[in-house]
Design a protein. Structure first.
Length: 92
C-alpha cells in the first residue's frame, strides 16, 4: 500500500490525533495539542467524497495545525501576565 493510500484513510488521521493527544498529556506545554486537532480535522476532511493528493493532504494538515495552535494559544493564554514593557531608558 502506498503512502498516498495510507494517508487517504480517515482512521489513520484519527489514530494519529489520538496518539498526539496522549503525547500532549505526557508532555505539558501545548506542544502536540495543535497537531492533534489538525490531524483530527484532516481526518474529517478525508471522510468527504473528494480525494486530495498527498501534497494537498499534508498542506491541509499543516494549515489546520497552525490555525488550531494559534486558537489554542489565545484560549489558554495566562490572563495575569506580569510582564512589563519599559518604554524609556532607566540608565539616563
Amino acid at each position: 500500500m502506498s503512502a498516498v493510500a495510507i494517508l487517504g484513510l480517515w482512521w489513520v488521521w484519527m489514530a494519529a490525533a489520538l496518539v498526539l493527544g496522549i503525547l500532549e498529556l505526557l508532555v505539558s506545554g501545548f506542544f502536540f495539542l495543535g497537531f492533534a486537532v489538525g490531524a483530527a480535522l484532516t481526518g474529517l476532511i478525508v471522510l468527504m467524497p473528494f480525494t486530495p493528493g498527498l501534497a494537498l493532504l499534508l498542506a491541509i494538515f499543516a494549515a489546520m495545525s497552525l490555525v488550531a495552535w494559534l486558537v489554542l494559544r489565545r484560549i489558554f493564554k495566562a490572563h495575569d501576565d506580569q510582564s512589563r514593557i519599559i518604554r524609556e531608558d532607566i540608565n539616563k
